[in-house]
Design a protein around this ligand. Structure first.
Ligand code: SAH
Ligand code: SF4
Ligand code: F3S
Length: 467
């Protein structure tokens, strides 16, 4: 199989802009300003991809609406990580038959991770005739061409060939938030954790060139962005496909050199490739948030091996010990899966004990969901659903108590926060560690860093006042 990354040339990308112009002219001739709606499911990578789709749509003359009703183009940017996520998409996709009936000429597209699954595209071909186009993440850069083909030929378009993946620089990006920016530094994943579908739908790991990333960050900061979040499925392996002497820690340090007041965050860190150098680099720069999302998935070395995670309980705990030693104020979060096939009660208890010993600020907790085509889907899974639910509830209760305790300890402390919005008459802010704070204050403060004294806490958020 071909495993080589396709780098999309400038000439090829400029053809897409010609399609944008054609679409613009098409609507201009009809004397109409078309409306597009993009619905995003899943993780920040999809959020970033949706910003690119909206960028293309604006370039093609569309305005961006907030609902499918009445929109000329509806795009569902989907997530395949768990079965439940897929069921939701199919439900919502079905409902679009009605919006299409009410708005003649509505064009409906499905893209994102589900579009990378043959069984999904087959089902859409057969049972969802109102869907005009399906394209996988590898073909996102060709969206103007796909849309133009649908508009001009009136034929359904399927851009779903399995590919190792591409990198396209220069797609316009309509960013949702002027203060906080997503920057994808790499795409795809090579890890093949046995439960996970991502490597199958997003292709092989490929890094953007450091010059392109730095130029994008510089541009965002000059335009007023205060928070840059670097995105990748496994940011710690950044650059392995491009450089011998430049890794993720070097990239962080280089971004931190850009003049201006801003914070750098990143996700996700895979413990397999997390290094002491990374933690030392984080500790050394005031511009790198002391926040780490380091998924552990299970506290049992046997289960970790079955998951193909390439680290054991001891290595994980050692990493955390070092990170906390060099960054005592570190805010640590993680992902965990309960009920992996064959997980025993004792192995589950090892997960609980790891949570208790690490003391995470918060956790993203998941019950194992079998993804057809992954190795874990073939494993014996004798544990009944009720038992998995019981384990899940117990784990959540343990973590909630810890989160509550950690949050209560914030009371009385003064923390530098980025004031980022307003919600129900209160300003919202984020601590450097990414915790949500609500406080009273004038909206003119949005976009500034301020010292906030924490006055109250719940499991999920903090309240504070300006110092
Ligand atoms: N690349 C990241 C994770 C991306 S997916 C990493 O490896 O850390 C986000 C989370 O979804 C994973 O960390 C995992 O906890 C969860 N997840 C992935 N596949 C799953 C599955 N089949 N069932 C349940 N949870 C899953
Ligand atoms: Fe999935 Fe593992 Fe890759 Fe994360 S590292 S995206 S869990 S295969
Ligand atoms: Fe979902 Fe794809 Fe992200 S499967 S979690 S949207 S990489």
């Amino acid at each position: 199989m071909n495993t080589k990354t396709t780098v999309i040339s400038e000439a090829e990308l400029s053809k897409q802009f010609v399609f944008c112009d054609k679409i613009s002219a098409y609507w201009h001739d009809k004397n109409t300003t078309p409306v597009a709606y993009v619905e995003t499911y899943g993780c920040q990578q999809n959020e970033a991809d949706s910003e690119k789709l909206r960028g293309y749509l604006i370039q093609s003359g569309y305005t961006i609406g907030s609902e499918a009703e009445g929109a000329d183009v509806v795009i569902m940017n989907t997530c395949a990580i768990r079965e439940h996520a897929e069921q939701r998409v199919f439900g919502n996709l079905g409902a679009l038959t009605h919006t299409k009936r009410r708005h003649q000429g509505q064009k409906i597209f499905l893209c994102g991770c589900m579009a990378g699954e043959t069984k999904v595209s087959d089902r859409i071909k057969k049972s969802y005739p109102h869907v005009d186009g399906v394209f996988s993440t590898h073909h996102l850069w060709q969206f103007p061409e796909i849309l133009w083909n649908v508009l001009s030929r009136g034929k359904r378009q399927f851009y779903i060939e399995d590919e190792p993946g591409s990198i396209a620089e220069g797609i316009p990006q309509a960013r949702d938030n002027a203060l906080k920016s997503w920057v994808s530094i790499m795409y795809g994943c090579n890890n093949f954790c046995t439960y996970c579908i991502v490597p199958y739908v997003r292709g092989r790991e490929r890094s953007r060139k450091k010059e392109d990333i730095l130029a994008e960050c510089r541009c965002l900061i000059e335009a007023g962005s205060k928070e840059i979040t670097l995105l990748g499925q496994n940011v710690n392996s950044y650059g392995k496909d491009l450089y011998n002497d430049f890794d993720f820690a070097d990239l962080l340090a280089a971004i931190a050199e850009i003049p201006g007041q801003f914070l750098i965050r990143f996700m996700t860190s895979h413990p397999r490739d997390a290094s002491k150098k990374l933690f030392d680099t984080m500790a050394a720069s005031p511009k790198i948030a002391k926040q780490l999302h380091l998924p552990f998935q299970s506290g049992s070395t046997r289960v970790l091996k079955a998951m193909n995670r390439h680290y054991d309980r001891e290595k994980y705990l050692e990493l955390v010990r070092y990170a906390k030693q060099v960054m005592p104020e570190l805010v640590l979060t993680s992902d965990v899966i309960v009920g992996f096939p064959g997980e025993t009660e004792e192995e589950f208890e090892e997960t609980i004990s790891l949570i208790e010993s690490v003391h995470y600020d918060s956790l993203f907790t998941f019950i194992f969901s079998s993804r057809p085509g992954t190795p874990a889907a073939e494993m014996e899974d004798p544990t009944p659903k009720e038992e998995k639910n019981r384990r899940f509830d117990r784990l959540c209760a343990v973590q909630n108590a810890i989160s509550e305790e950690i949050h209560a300890n914030y009371i009385g402390k003064t923390l530098r926060c980025l004031i980022d919005g307003v919600d129900k008459d209160l300003l919202t802010a984020r601590t450097e560690g990414g915790r949500l704070v609500r406080l009273e204050g004038d909206e003119s403060l949005i976009g500034t860093f301020a010292d906030v004294t924490i006055t109250g806490a719940t499991t999920w958020s903090l309240t504070g006042q300006l110092k």
